[in-house]
Design a protein around this ligand. Structure first.
Ligand SMILES: Nc1ncnc2c1ncn2[C@@H]1O[C@H](COP(=O)(O)OP(=O)(O)O)[C@@H](O)[C@H]1O
Ligand SMILES: [Mg+2]
Length: 172
């Protein structure tokens, strides 16, 4: 694009940074995860937040399905990191039991992402000092009648792209 194009044409609408989705059932959460899983690219980092029982692990189960992972997805609360082979390697991480950003750094998560894996990290935002700048944050809230409300927030070009693709997949 010519350098002065922005002066002569309207700028393209910038993709939205957030998307909110109602998830009435665990099956809906899993389905949303699978939709996103089909779109993931090497190096993508997803952070999952929300209280215990919000559905973080349930959503990662869907991601795994969307990535073509065969086996079951169980909570990595005690193992810290579970690795699943699929179209891409899925690293499912739970930081609930960790206490410091240093302990998180020692897991080498971002190196594994850079090596072509996909990271799905429960409780990622507990450790603001270790957050990779470009990540897709998924926050699950319990709703008294509507099951769960999921808010997805992108913080960089890569995650914004993924969010736009997910919004499109949900429309078609
Ligand atoms: N809309 C929903 N989305 C996700 N889980 C739901 C939903 N409705 C009910 N559930 C139930 O809530 C529980 C969520 O557990 P889990 O995924 O392990 O949560 P977390 O990893 O956030 O602690 C599961 O038993 C699931 O069946
Ligand atoms: Mg969990």
């Amino acid at each position: 694009m010519p350098r002065n194009a922005s002066q002569t044409q309207p700028a393209p609408a910038s993709p939205a940074d957030t998307l909110t989705v109602e998830l009435p059932t665990a099956a809906a959460t899993s389905r949303l995860g699978a939709q996103l899983g089909r779109l993931l690219q090497p190096g993508d980092v997803l952070g999952l937040d929300g209280p215990l029982g919000a559905g973080k692990t349930c959503l990662v189960g869907g991601l795994a399905r969307g990535l073509g992972v065969q086996g079951p997805v169980t909570s990595p609360t005690f193992t810290l990191v579970n690795q699943h082979a699929g179209r891409l390697t899925l690293y499912h991480v739970d930081l609930y039991r960790l206490n410091s950003a240093q302990e998180v750094d020692e897991l080498g998560l971002w190196e594994s992402a850079e090596a072509g894996g996909v990271m799905a990290v429960e409780w990622l935002s507990r450790f603001p000092d270790t957050l990779p700048p470009d990540r897709l944050q998924l926050e699950l809230r319990l709703h008294p009648v509507r099951g769960r409300i999921l808010t997805l927030t992108a913080s960089g070009e890569r995650s914004r792209q993924r969010l736009a693709e997910l919004a499109k997949a949900r429309r078609t």
